[in-house]
Design a protein around this ligand. Sequence first.
Ligand SMILES: Nc1ncnc2c1ncn2[C@@H]1O[C@H](COP(=O)(O)OP(=O)(O)OP(=O)(O)O)[C@@H](O)[C@H]1O
Ligand SMILES: [Mg+2]
Length: 305
Amino acid sequence: MIITEHLQKIFKVGFWGKKFLALNDINLEVKEGEVFGFLGPNGAGKTTTIKILMGLIYPTSGRFFLMGKEGNSNSVKMNIGFLPENPFFYEYLSGMEFLNLVGQLYGLNRDERRKRIDELISLVGLKGAEDLQLRKYSKGMGQRIGIAQAIMNNPRLVILDEPMSGLDPIGRKEIRDIILKLKEEGKTIFFSTHILPDVEMICDRVGIVVKGRLKAIGKLEELVGDTLHSVEITAGGLSAEALKKIEKVSDKIIKRGRKVLITAKDNEISGKIVALIQKSKGELVSLVPQKRSLEEYFMEKAEGD
Ligand SMILES: Nc1ncnc2c1ncn2[C@@H]1O[C@H](COP(=O)(O)OP(=O)(O)OP(=O)(O)O)[C@@H](O)[C@H]1O
Ligand SMILES: [Mg+2]
């Protein structure tokens, strides 16, 4: 659905036109039917990449293909839905009036509009709010109407720039659910974000961009791996003597009242610690293997420069 080849973007900034390399050799591929998370810290180049895909700005060099066609041609545009980073809506229109306007822009007739707007309002969960003016919408409602307008024409590819930014956990979950519903309808979704849990929960694949470079691309479990990082054991009722023995083999011990949190480097050491706890008639409260998180991976990539 999306292929980029060596995309590069140089901005000229300031009076002297100093060159700024915003995108440096971005090679991406997004397959049909995927939810693809485009991940990166502020200023990484996410919006710049999306603007290039949408034909809003041109790359300095490199090329891209959408649905097999080079560039952003009109025929392709009809099959793409887009939610920009900071959408601006006519705020004196109600949600219904706004969607009606968008439907008219797409050339849908009255009956088609009525049917489609009805579907959209229930898909994005705005039933009951359709007659409210957009200026009275909350941020989450604004994002939802933004997604509704993006998919008016039932596009095959949906591109969303930071659809969850500024939303509370409930609002983010609602947007995630909408994205999953779009996937169920067979659409391909490409969205940018810097909110890691959202990516972990819904993305088939992710790309990590840092300072204009694509640092990694792939399935989350391939990137983050299944490797064990440490084992966290919580125990209670340990004698001072038992604690001393455990202290010798463990990586770290934190005392919390009657309980202790013990970190072991690997399974072998955690086994020894569990044996020590049982021998001293202590209580084993929990044992949790810690895998490397996306957050750690992300920080590694973001700092490894
Ligand atoms: N028109 C422009 N002229 C000059 N520099 C620009 C322009 N647009 C973007 N940049 C710079 O390019 C870099 C990438 O910006 P971009 O908006 O793509 O980042 P982003 O990954 O979307 O960040 P955020 O998470 O904050 O939205 C930034 O350093 C930004 O200042
Ligand atoms: Mg951005």
